[in-house]
Ligand binder design. Structure first.
Ligand SMILES: Cc1cc2nc3c(=O)[nH]c(=O)nc-3n(C[C@H](O)[C@H](O)[C@H](O)COP(=O)(O)OP(=O)(O)OC[C@H]3O[C@@H](n4cnc5c(N)ncnc54)[C@H](O)[C@@H]3O)c2cc1C
Length: 447
């Protein structure tokens, strides 16, 4: 395994290297330059393109032009408020370039990425280098922000530092539902064959319910794959609709297998089950085990809400399967975004195991702040867990996590509220608590 050299103290004139001028790298570059530190920003496009980018602009949005909801009582809304409070450069440009999109923040994508490119290019403290980095620089402070389509040579080098099993190339995300939107009367707690505790909530299916569920899955509309993604699923984490197309009983022998799960109301194993696994110790959110899917989001909500007990399900995250390079953050990263194996290397963006445009901006901003602090010998920081950004960083780097998959900003990752609060009021209290925690943190650490 390749090791990193410990950093030699050399003062504030030293530059910071950023690899990748996507959403995270661009935000980090601006934050560092704002602290009057020189930045060398490496971007491989247009000499080496990815399968999804089509321009040489920085912060290109490769798919949707929406940066999510502006509504204050959504995970995405809280994230925006926090980014705004922290002075996010990308969010400001997004707001300048917005196009009408109801409650969402959507942008004119070419105006947006051209603005980011021109602002960074004209900044005298930022030196742009259009070059692929194939090996992590061994000296100095580095922010790696090469995203879900990190070039192969750099990915190979990262595995030399972290170990081969620490980098993933596809994600398989199951939907997550909030606990208080479920009807537990229609489910039962059990583990297969009673091994361990009764840790899973199980939704029993009769044969008739199963058949009609399979019909729905088979008829559901799926998202079209990108050209560079086709037929690249891992056998061990196939989308549910791919399994259903292999045969009507495949799901019942796969993620919906009922063996060892005795339904207390019948005293028997059901025909099939869906298992819900807790997402956190407080059991405020559950994922549908093995339900990674490429069904369109609207189809997932429609089909899954037909399942008994999920009629009123609030989906905190919907399922997906796509090409995505990301590191196993629980074992490799600290919440400050430092690589455990190389603390002078910070990782930002989707490569950290977050999911989404503004989530990438949030880690880019945090990495930028910490790169500056590392250079000046200050302790490294990250927002408290009661904030959305702090919760996201704590969630992805939680060493106790046993089934790591990329995560977005949602209420399910926030620490639970104390006392009895009605479901209607919960989001208001979560949002207010996050706002207060961020305000205090900014005053104490950045003020
Ligand atoms: C096909 C696809 C569709 C997506 N759709 C959405 C969506 O609709 N909504 C959403 O929120 N998220 C979406 N995502 C996730 C999205 O990519 C991230 O949210 C966001 O772009 C990640 O930001 P980033 O800065 O980490 O990476 P990027 O924005 O991808 O930036 C990484 C940059 O690093 C450069 N680079 C890579 N390797 C090297 C190297 N070795 N040397 C130098 N430069 C390098 C790349 O050229 C790129 O410019 C999608 C991802 C993919 C792959």
């Amino acid at each position: 395994m390749r090791s990193c050299r410990p950093r030699q103290e050399s003062g504030m004139n030293e530059k910071i290297i950023i690899i990748g001028a996507g959403l995270a790298g661009s935000e980090a570059a601006h934050q560092i330059a704002s602290a009057k530190i020189p930045v060398e920003l490496y971007e491989m496009r247009p000499h080496v393109m990815t399968g999804a980018h089509s321009t040489d602009y920085f912060a290109e949005l490769v798919c949707s032009n929406s940066l999510g909801s502006n509504a204050p009582l959504t995970g995405s809304g809280i994230l925006k408020e926090e980014l705004s409070c922290l002075g996010s450069f990308i969010l400001k440009i997004a707001r300048d370039c917005q196009v009408p999109a109801g409650a969402s923040l959507a942008v004119d994508r070419s105006q947006f990425s051209q603005r980011v490119t021109s602002e960074l290019t004209k900044n005298p403290l930022i030196t742009i280098k259009r070059q692929e980095i194939s090996e992590l620089p061994r000296d100095g402070i580095v922010v790696v922000a090469t995203g879900p389509l990190t070039s192969t040579s750099l990915a190979t080098d990262l595995t030399k530092i972290m170990g081969r099993d620490s980098l993933y190339f596809y994600d398989a995300i199951s939907p997550i539902v909030s606990a208080d939107s479920l009807d537990p009367q229609k489910m039962f707690w059990a583990s297969r064959y009673g091994k361990g505790g009764a840790d899973f909530l199980n939704i029993p299916f009769s044969q008739q319910q199963y058949e009609s569920f399979v019909d729905d899955i088979l008829a559901g509309e799926v998202v079209s794959p990108h050209a560079f993604e086709e037929n690249k699923y891992f056998e061990s984490c196939l989308p549910v609709e791919v399994l259903a197309h292999r045969g009507r009983l495949t799901l019942a022998y796969g993620p919906m297998k009922p063996v060892g799960l005795t339904d207390p109301t019948t005293g028997r194993w059901p025909f099939a089950v869906i298992q819900l696994r807790a997402e956190n110790q407080q059991r405020t959110a559950f994922n549908l085990v093995g339900f990674q899917t490429k069904l369109k989001h609207s189809e997932q909500e429609r089909i899954f809400r037909k399942i008994q007990g999920l009629e009123k399900a609030e989906f905190l995250r919907l399922g997906s399967v796509h090409r995505n390079t990301f590191i196993h953050a629980p074992t490799q990263l600290l919440p400050t975004l430092q690589l455990r194996a190389c603390p002078q290397v910070l990782v930002a963006g989707q490569l950290t195991g977050t999911e989404g445009y503004l989530e990438s901006v949030a880690s880019g901003l945090t990495a930028g702040i910490n790169a500056v602090r590392l250079l000046s010998g200050q302790s490294l920081i990250y927002p408290p867990e009661k904030t959305m950004i702090g919760a996201l960083l704590a969630k992805i780097t939680d060493p106790a996590c046993s089934n790591f998959q990329p995560m977005n900003a949602n209420f399910g990752i926030l620490p639970p509220l104390e006392g009895q609060i009605s479901r209607d009021q919960k989001k208001v209290v979560f949002a207010e608590r996050a706002r207060h925690a961020m305000g205090e943190w900014v005053r104490a650490c950045l003020g």
